[in-house]
Design a protein around this ligand. Structure first.
Ligand code: AMP
Ligand code: MG
Length: 542
């Protein structure tokens, strides 16, 4: 691929245009691919390959996240400039940027897939923020790399919009995640067969700029271990330890193990958050797991509407349901075990690695009930006693289709006094059932029984209603990026109306706040969306 970027005028100060300063430690300190041939191939002994972003016809900024711009020290003038869209579409490489694609492998759906790598993600460089923090800027959809295999290196508006909005929504929900700076359309079309059913269509192309301290995945370590390339494995581990886990000391078998133990802990925390907000990642392959315990790679993800642990948004996984909502905790553990295997040549302490993976399970099984109790407005889980309350809850939520987000949000309004009658307890919750009449059928006594048990536990703790409501609202979001909301924004955007993207971004900045003028975005899934592509079913095609 030819270098087609235009030269920039020399910067006025020591910083590049847009006011961004770069220090590209990843490419400087780690071994790179000596070839800069862009064609797809196996790359050995290197953590990355130099690449050039592709030039697109007519970049246009659709949206940007001002908080992320602020993190980077980009002001309004910078984000409003033509240059911003030029740079974050890949059309212009700024001085100081050194675009590269990472080499990684991974287990896909439980099977080792060999080399994968950044097939369409192009890291521009590591920006140094005004506060000294370092952020990798990464374009997704800006062209092919040596890791693109047979694919085109591009991304469509549909999936880019979903990634842009969800990254930011997750951040504002308090879930560890990579961030998104910008969403740019390319002015070009991309051919996609959304359901791999022989009906491709031209879709608008787009590029998202993702931002994270590091995009290193479990698969970055796995590829070198799988190839027996322990030298590169060690160099990557040393780099990661030194820069991403600097508090763990200098490289040694012990500090590698400490790093792995911390990855296990951070991953547990992330998964507890996913389970709290009803997020289903959809493609938890080991190449989609961040070493920092951040949610990464928003593809065919989805949000639970009806509470169903077996639900997956990913049609590619429709049969096995490997990555369904309820399977996520176990899959994360399986993925961690693969990372542990990859680090084994460096750590050489199987019991230690096993203890770290076991630590994940212990952490999760302690943190999950605590989190669930918090969702119920109760502080702390009492073993030997609260199991019945939580077990009963999971049962009640599955008696008839019940909207997870609405149920927990509205539970805060359920009266808990002894005197409150059945109807008074049910009233605030009715709307959480997809068929509210179900509550007048056979499931009614079970729901009432559980609500009574919950109310009695609340009374026992003695927390007043206002405090409990406030606490519950702080962990039970009112607004999440419901599958149909994202799809409505996509439909509008594809017709040229980009206003909904901004509106949702604004809404999702404050997911725990009542926003009465935006109540419609808290509504349960409308019937039309139940079987609509993009709302309840997605594929990896993006
Ligand atoms: P994913 O399932 O999106 O995590 O992607 C798995 C692998 O396929 C990664 O190596 C991606 O970089 C690569 N990939 C996915 N889509 C494309 C594309 N359109 N062009 C090039 N590589 C891609
Ligand atoms: Mg991926």
């Amino acid at each position: 691929m030819a270098q087609v970027t235009l030269p920039d005028p020399p910067p006025a100060s020591g910083e590049g245009p847009l006011g961004l300063a770069f220090d590209n430690r990843f490419t400087r300190e780690l071994p790179g691919d000596p070839s800069d041939e862009p064609h797809p191939r196996q790359v050995y002994g290197a953590c990355y390959s130099h690449v050039s972003p592709r030039r697109c016809a007519a970049p246009r900024l659709v949206a940007h996240a001002r908080e992320v711009a602020e993190l980077l020290g980009l002001d309004e003038t910078a984000t409003a400039s033509d240059r911003f869209a030029e740079v974050f579409s890949g059309n212009r490489v700024l001085p100081g940027m050194q675009p590269f694609a990472m080499c990684y492998g991974g287990h896909q759906f439980g099977h080792w897939a060999g080399q994968l790598g950044d097939g369409r993600a192009i890291n521009l460089g590591q920006a140094i923020a005004p506060d000294g923090r370092r952020w990798m800027l990464q374009l997704k959809g800006a062209g092919r790399t040596p890791y693109a295999r047979r694919a085109d290196g591009l991304a469509v508006l549909r999936s880019s919009l979903r990634e842009f909005l969800c990254s930011e929504a997750m951040h504002h929900l308090g879930v560890p995640t990579t961030r998104a700076l910008s969403l740019v359309t390319t002015g070009e079309t991309v051919l996609r067969d959304m359901f791999y059913d022989g009906h491709p269509r031209d879709e608008p192309g787009a590029v998202v700029c993702r931002v994270a301290p590091s995009f290193t995945r479990f698969g970055n370590f796995q590829i070198f271990a799988a190839r027996g390339d322990h030298d590169t494995l060690r160099r990557l581990a040393d780099y990661t330890l030194t820069h991403d886990f600097p508090h763990l000391g200098s490289p040694s078998p012990e500090s590698y193990l400490a790093m792995f133990t911390e990855v296990c802990q951070r991953t547990a925390e992330m998964i507890v958050h996913w389970m709290r907000v009803g997020f289903v990642h959809g493609v938890m392959n080991t190449d989609n797991m961040s070493i920092l315990g951040q949610t990464i790679d928003y593809g065919p993800y989805g949000w639970l509407e009806g509470f169903d642990p077996g639900w997956t948004p990913n049609t590619t996984d429709g049969e096995g349901r490997r990555y369904s909502f309820g399977a996520q905790p176990e899959i994360a553990q399986w993925n961690l075990a693969q990372l542990g295997n990859a680090l084994h040549p460096l750590v050489d302490d199987l019991p230690g690695l096993q203890a770290a993976v076991d630590g994940y399970a212990e952490h999760y099984s302690t943190a999950w009930p605590e989190m669930m109790m918090a969702k119920l407005g109760l502080e702390g889980f009492e073993p030997g006693r609260d199991e019945a309350l939580l077990g009963g809850l999971l049962e009640v939520l599955q008696l008839a289709e019940t909207d997870m987000t609405l149920f927990f949000r509205r539970l805060a309004d359920v009266p808990t006094t002894n005197e409150a009658g059945d109807e008074a307890r049910l009233a605030p919750l009715r709307g959480a059932w997809y068929d509210p009449a179900a509550l007048d059928g056979p499931i009614r006594p079970k729901v009432i029984e559980w609500l009574n048990a919950h109310a009695s536990r609340v009374r026992e703790v003695g927390v007043d209603d206002a405090t409990r409501r406030e606490r519950m609202h702080a962990v039970n979001p009112k607004y999440v990026l419901r599958n149909y909301l994202a799809q409505e924004a996509i439909d509008l955007a594809e017709q040229g109306d980009l206003s909904r993207v901004g509106e949702l971004l604004e809404l999702l900045r404050r997911p725990y706040d009542e926003q009465p003028d935006r109540d419609r975005f808290a509504a349960k899934r409308p019937e039309w969306a139940r079987h609509r592509a993009g709302c309840s079913m997605l594929s990896c095609s993006s």
